[in-house]
Design a protein around this ligand. Structure first.
Ligand SMILES: [Zn+2]
Length: 438
């Protein structure tokens, strides 16, 4: 007998075939999708489930997957504005150094995770200080997370030596190697902040633990020029030359690539995370997403931190991914609606190496799904649920969210934490944050 039955739903499975169902039923057992089909196929099996949700007026689809974030940077949202990336980073890093410790990182993580969970994100890849504390926050909210130790040559927020950072990264891999809700990774910040030997060492550590290797890459023109003048190769060539790229490498941004670098990504299987909101706001440029997709590269979507995009809205990222490239190239066929949805779901799961478990609604996968309210002025008439999901849906339409069959958002309220308490604590901390950049 199923633990949960979702009945009478419009279901957008986001599987590779683009399967969708009207009058659909999905059965969940032991946290996994046990069956999915039309109401008529199930009858009693759905009615006899321990719990039944009548999803009339709702769209059911997989939880969104955000493959690039700095979650606890929600603490610094709106603090530094209207500067190019490099001087902007210097100011943000000053504030981070003054404010961040395990406690404030946990608090900022709760805030960011709350925003994402309420907005339909069920899995996120995070690069930030104190990753153990971010995992703790993700578990309280009930989300899946991919993260791990940061590698950064300078003392940074923690003031730790590089040696200590590698020890911490190693411990993170060990601590979470068997966790179902954590996808362990190592997070060297970027080729401009981490020396080649340390990048290689990070890669070796990821390999030893079978984990992911995630770094920023080719985000700005300045970065490309800097790396080229230092090492005689552009960023992607540099990473490839060091032997860092394979199918378990996640590269945030990939804005400034030439055609040979796109070939390198295709050949190695490295996976770019497209962050259109951040790239636009920081004037970093526009990633060659149509060319990457054309080359068969798996492109997923990220919000980047709330300091660079001001919110953690993957719907906006998806919509921009679908529209931006059409607009700037003058070609409405670029990045199809189906491709945009895949970038926010299945491609995200592939990027994190877990597409056998999540990313689409298919029998045997874990029941990570969201229920979108269709009783909205912008949801009628509904000729095509795919188009609705990509171009008309926004965060506030998300009514219920499930991760592994467990409900983490019920009627737009978190079930794991009390958001008003988090907000009160953040407000109390805000004056200290403001003073940190004075
Ligand atoms: Zn970033």
């Amino acid at each position: 007998m199923a633990d949960l039955a979702i009945t009478n739903a419009i279901i957008l499975t986001a599987d590779a075939l683009g399967t969708r169902l009207e009058g659909g039923t999905m059965l969940v057992e032991n946290g996994r999708i046990a069956a999915i089909g039309t109401n008529a196929e199930f009858g009693d099996a759905a009615e006899n489930a321990t719990s039944v949700i009548d999803a009339r007026g709702m769209l059911v689809m997989p939880g969104l997957i955000n493959t690039h974030c700095h979650i606890a940077s929600t603490l610094f949202r709106g603090l530094v504005e209207d500067l190019p990336l490099e001087p902007w980073l210097q100011r943000i890093w000053k504030a981070e150094a003054a404010i961040l410790d395990p406690k404030t990182t946990h608090l900022g993580s709760l805030l960011g995770l709350a925003e994402m969970a309420l907005g339909g994100v069920t899995t996120v890849m995070d690069m930030f200080w104190h990753p153990h504390d971010t995992v703790r926050a993700a578990r309280e909210v009930g989300m899946r997370i991919s993260t791990g130790g940061i590698v950064f040559d300078a003392p940074g927020v923690t003031g730790h030596t590089v040696e200590r950072r590698f020890e911490d990264a190693d411990r993170f891999f060990q601590d979470f190697k068997d966790a179902a809700d954590v996808i362990p990774a190592i997070m060297p910040h970027g080729a401009y902040t981490v020396a080649p030997d340390n990048l290689k060492r990070a890669r070796a550590l990821a390999d030893r633990h079978g984990g992911l290797f995630c770094t920023h890459a080719a985000e700005t023109r300045f970065e490309v020029d800097d790396i080229t003048s230092r090492y005689g190769r552009s960023v992607i060539r540099h990473l490839d030359h060091l032997g860092l790229l394979d199918e378990r490498a996640v590269l945030a941004h990939c804005v400034h690539l030439d055609s040979e670098e796109i070939e390198i990504l295709a050949r190695t299987g490295a996976k770019p995370s497209h962050n259109p909101v951040s790239n636009l706001k920081l004037a970093s440029g526009i990633a060659p997403v149509p060319e990457m997709l054309e080359a068969g590269i798996t492109v997923s979507l990220g919000t980047d931190g709330a300091v660079s995009g001001n919110d953690l809205d993957l719907w906006l990222a998806m919509r921009l991914a679908a529209m931006l490239h059409k607009g700037v190239r003058g070609d409405a066929r670029l990045v199809s609606t189906q491709q945009a949805l895949a970038m926010a779901t299945l491609a995200g799961a592939e990027t994190l190496g877990v597409s056998d478990r999540i990313g689409s609604l298919e029998v045997g996968k874990e029941a990570d799904f969201i229920m979108i309210d269709l009783e909205r002025a912008h949801a009628v008439p509904l000729f095509d649920p795919l188009t609705h999901a990509v171009f008309s849906t926004n965060k506030s339409d998300v009514r219920h969210v499930f991760v592994g069959g467990k409900q983490i958002v019920r009627d737009r309220e978190l079930t794991g934490i009390v958001l008003s308490e988090v907000i009160a604590e953040i407000r109390e901390l805000a004056p200290r944050i403001q003073a940190s950049i004075a």
